[in-house]
Every structure is written in structure tokens, then in C-alpha cells.
Design a protein around this ligand. Structure first.
Ligand code: TXE
Length: 498
């Protein structure tokens, strides 16, 4: 890893215009890893101008789709070769376990391959427009788009946005999270190595409140796409509103895991653990509310608590570790405060609920995987997103109760339903006010499958054809195909507008 991560604008690495930088630390050990150039307003402006120049001269936008697709496929091959190196880097800077990052990163070439295929097969349309005209509707790229990404899946989330935006022919400005920008930075170099022309993908790391703000308020952007906290999403969407540009926002969540009484308890507990503690609970689709049919509740809780206590917390680089530290002191403080408040409000901590003791935890942001019971729907922990290894467990009585509890949230990103009864699974899913519903699974993602939330969880979606379309706009060509001369003011006949 280089000692300093620089901006990359118009094909060139550069420091921040004012020389500013900040440091990234290893959240498991506190060790200094590298410094990052802190992009200024001037840098953002330079990046947008570079992206615009690249867009206007058509070096990427006007390239035949098969050629763009070839380059994206080449990038997929290069990425597959670097998965181990990138996984290590991701684990070092965000603290997610190496076994998780390997599993995640080895799938990422699929995003480039999928959107390469979409670029080649995308079609316009030809709506009926009466006998004398032919209407051809083209899908054209938007221009320079701003991509703002978080730290919890640094490369996955960047990849989702980059592959759709690039396949559609746009120029990009990437503003990665200040907590884990190294691998997104490497992706930019990799894309140019694969053949994406300089100036098309620009990289401006920096702090959200300065660099991120300058980007979202820049008048030269044609779209903003953000993954982050709900409050950040509101600020960015408001800026997009002022610029009258579209926004895609993937924000917070408080996903229910709904367990019916016909499940195999061990399988459903394994599913709940997977939902709750992947990424040390730092995912927007984390199974934060485990809702269990009352007639199996006691047994389920007992197995869940036992298995939660057995999770191996520790050094993320050790392949035996199952749960790593939180990404930062702020995330751990937020987690600990949420559990303490739940205790004060009368909930019961059934497993975890502490900062672990021991030399191996002393310098990192560790917190024990935690299950909280006796939760009421007026407790803060019922509705607030923690973004840490904390889930609540509560019983329900029947389908109506399960649906009511699951929908009782300001968020609507994801849910999982665990049952062997297909009719019930379909019935319940249809009643959930939630964007992604897994049946007997959780967390699964595919580049072809829409990913987006309802309510305070965001606007629009990533992945799939809609994501590609959201990086284009329609241009309607209306061709007069009539041989009859036409003179609007030269006739007294009854006129019609077509
Ligand atoms: O995210 P931020 P943070 C949630 C989670 C977490 C909370 C805060 O609840 O505890 O958000 O985490 C950039 N203008 N999620 O502070 O701030 C920022 O630099 C423009 C949910 O790390 O939302 C980063 O690149 N940009 C989530 C990105 O926004 C701004 C993932 C996300 O950072 C900005 C992460 C501004 N004013 C956190 N302020 C998910 N949906 O998965 C910040 N940024």
C-alpha cells in the first residue's frame, strides 16, 4: 500500500490543491496506515471540468457499446487477478474479516460483466406516433455523475455504481468514504489500465462535510448517487433538488428477520446470525430485529444466544476470526450508547453488550456481538439504526402481528422471511413495505437483481436494468415521414396537431 493516496483527475495523480491530507488507521490495532489527499472545492471543480471535457469530446460516450463492453470485461479479468490483494487492503482499513472480504470481492467482476452485457443489449424504443411520423426514442448518457460511497463495503458499493454509470457512457467523479478510500482508488487505476480513457473516471477523496459537500453542490453534475446514512442522504438529495438533477440514494435500515414456527430452528438461527453479524453488523440490510413466532420463541432465543456467545471476535486478518472490530471510535461509541440506552429503558441484554476485555482488543474498536430481549416498540433500539453488532429479538403472534411489527419502522430496505410454507412466504412478503425481501436467506445480492429501499431507506435502486436506465435519459426523435407538403398558415382547412 502506498503511503499516500492521491486524487486522480484527467488521468493524473495529484495532491489536494491546498496540500491538505488526513490519515487512515487500522481499526483493529489503531496503527497508522496511510494518508489521503483531502480534495478541495477547486479539486472538485477540476474533476468535474475534466469529466465534462471527456464527455463532450465523446472519447467514452461515443465509443461503440461493444468496445465499451470489451473494456469493462477486460477490467473484470484484471479485478479477478487482484482479489486477494484488495481483500487484504479492505480488511486492514475497515476491520472486516478477511474471510468475508475474500468472499465478497471475488464476486465483484460479475458487476462489470453484467453491465458490459447490458451496454451491448440496451435498446431504445419506437412508440406509435400516428401514420405520418416515426418516433425513435434513444437512451443517452447523462453527463458527469457524482458517486458518493461509504466505508462498510468500499469496493462493492463503488463497483455497483461505477459499472452501471460507465456502461451507460457517463463521466464519473468518485468521492469515497474517508474511512476506507484505498481500494476504490485502486479501482480507478485498474479501469484506466483496462482501457477506460483518462478523464472519464475521476477520483476525489476527502471528507464528507467539505469534499462531499463541494461535489454535491457543483452545478456541473447530471446525477448524484449516494450510499450512506439517512441524514447524509437527505442533505445530498436536497442539493440534487436545487440543481434539478436525479438522485439515487441507498440509506439506512433496520431489517426484520421474521421466523415462523415451521422452521428448523438450527437453520433459522444460523440465518439470523448471518443476517445480524456479517460486517460486524455494519450493513444497511443487517438483520437488526429478529421476530420469532411465540410458540418457538424460547427455544429459538436459547440457541441464538448460545451461538452468539460462541462467535469468535478478534483480529480480522486471522482466517479463524468470525467478527472483527467496528470501523471507528464513532461507530463503537454509537453502538455502546445504543445498548446502554436500551438497558436504561428496560430491555435485557441476553448476549454480549460489552466492550471485550483482553490485550488483543485493547487498541481496536471492538464490541461483543449482542442480542437484546424484552424490547418494546417505544424503545429507541426498536427503531433507530445502530450500524453495529446489535440485534433485538421479540415474539409475535401470527402473520398479521409479524407483518405489523416488521412494517413498524421508518426504514424499508430489507427483510427476510423464514418458513417452509410457500403460501405464507408469498403472502407475508407482499404485505411488507420493504424493497428487498429474502425468503429463507439474507444478504444475497446479484448484479441483475434490483437493490433499493422504501421509506427512509432511500430513492431508486442499484443493480439491474433500472440502475442502468437511471444513468441514461430518453431522447425522443420525431421524424416527419409524410410526402404531403404542409403549410400551417397557408390553409383554412380544419387543422390537427399531428
Ligand atoms: O456515513 P455518512 P458515516 C449510516 C450508519 C452510520 C451512519 C454514519 O447508521 O452509523 O450512517 O456513518 C459522505 N455531503 N450508514 O458517517 O456520513 C461521506 O464522506 C456529501 C449507512 O460513515 O453517511 C461518505 O463518503 N457527502 C450506510 C458517505 O457520504 C457527504 C453506510 C457516507 O457517509 C456528506 C454508511 C455531505 N454533507 C453509513 N456527509 C449504508 N446505507 O449502508 C457525508 N458524506
Amino acid at each position: 500500500m502506498a503511503d499516500q493516496l492521491l486524487l486522480h483527475v484527467d488521468g493524473k495523480d495529484q495532491p489536494a490543491s491546498d496540500g491538505g491530507e488526513f490519515a487512515v488507521h487500522n481499526p483493529a490495532t489503531g496503527e497508522h496506515l496511510y494518508t489521503v489527499a483531502n480534495g478541495t472545492e477547486e479539486d472538485v471543480n477540476g474533476a468535474v471540468l475534466a469529466g465534462r471535457a471527456a464527455f463532450d469530446d465523446g472519447r467514452w460516450r461515443a465509443m461503440p457499446p461493444r468496445e465499451r463492453a470489451r473494456i469493462l470485461n477486460r477490467a473484470a479479468v484484471l479485478l479477478a487477478e487482484r482479489v486477494d490483494e484488495y481483500a487484504r487492503l479492505e480488511s486492514l482499513q475497515i476491520g472486516r474479516t478477511l474471510r468475508e472480504m475474500r468472499a465478497q470481492l471475488k464476486r465483484l467482476p460479475e458487476w462489470l460483466e453484467y453491465f458490459a452485457a447490458v451496454a451491448q443489449t440496451a435498446e431504445g424504443s419506437c412508440p406509435e406516433f400516428g401514420p405520418e411520423h416515426l418516433n425513435v426514442v434513444r437512451r443517452v448518457p447523462l453527463g458527469v455523475v457524482g458517486l458518493i460511497t461509504p466505508w462498510n463495503h468500499p469496493l462493492l458499493i463503488t463497483m455497483k455504481k461505477v459499472s452501471a454509470a460507465l456502461a451507460a457512457g457517463n463521466s464519473l467523479i468518485i468521492k469515497p468514504s474517508e474511512l476506507g478510500p484505498a481500494v476504490p482508488g485502486q479501482l480507478v487505476a485498474l479501469l484506466e489500465e483496462a482501457g477506460v480513457p483518462p478523464g472519464v473516471v475521476n477520483f476525489v477523496p476527502g471528507l464528507g462535510r467539505s469534499t462531499g459537500k463541494a461535489l454535491t453542490e457543483h452545478p456541473g453534475l447530471a446525477k448524484l448517487d449516494v450510499t450512506g446514512g439517512t441524514e447524509t442522504g437527505r442533505v445530498i438529495a436536497a442539493a440534487a433538488g436545487r440543481s434539478l438533477i436525479p438522485v439515487t440514494a441507498e440509506l439506512g435500515g433496520k431489517a426484520p428477520v421474521i421466523v415462523f414456527d415451521d422452521v428448523d430452528i438450527d437453520t433459522a438461527v444460523a440465518g439470523a446470525l448471518f443476517a445480524a453479524f456479517i460486517a460486524t453488523g455494519q450493513t444497511c440490510v443487517q438483520g437488526a430485529r429478529i421476530l420469532v413466532s411465540r410458540n418457538i420463541y424460547d427455544r429459538f432465543q436459547e440457541v441464538l444466544v448460545t451461538r452468539t456467545r460462541q462467535l469468535r471476535l478478534g483480529d480480522p486478518m486471522d482466517l479463524q476470526t468470525q467478527v472483527g472490530p467496528l470501523v471507528s471510535q464513532a461507530q463503537r461509541d454509537k453502538t455502546a450508547a445504543a445498548v446502554d440506552r436500551a438497558r436504561e429503558q428496560g430491555a435485557t441484554v441476553l448476549a454480549g453488550g460489552r466492550i471485550p476485555e483482553g490485550a488483543q482488543y485493547a487498541n481496536g474498536w471492538f464490541y461483543e456481538p449482542t442480542i437484546v430481549g424484552d424490547i418494546r416498540r417505544d424503545h429507541d433500539l426498536w427503531s433507530e439504526e445502530v450500524f453495529g453488532p446489535v440485534s433485538v429479538i421479540a415474539p409475535f403472534d401470527g402473520e398479521d402481528d409479524a407483518v405489523m411489527m416488521a412494517n413498524d419502522s421508518p426504514f424499508g430496505l430489507a427483510a427476510s422471511v423464514w418458513t417452509q410454507n410457500v403460501g405464507r412466504a408469498v403472502r407475508v412478503s407482499r404485505r411488507l413495505d420493504i424493497g428487498i425481501v429474502w425468503i429463507n436467506d439474507h444478504h444475497r445480492i446479484d448484479p441483475a437483481s434490483p437493490w433499493g429501499g422504501f421509506k427512509d431507506s432511500g430513492i431508486g435502486s442499484e443493480n439491474g436494468l433500472e440502475a442502468f436506465r437511471s444513468y441514461t435519459r430518453q431522447q425522443s426523435l420525431i421524424i416527419n415521414a409524410s410526402d404531403t407538403p404542409f403549410d400551417w398558415f397557408g390553409t383554412d382547412e380544419d387543422l390537427r396537431y399531428s
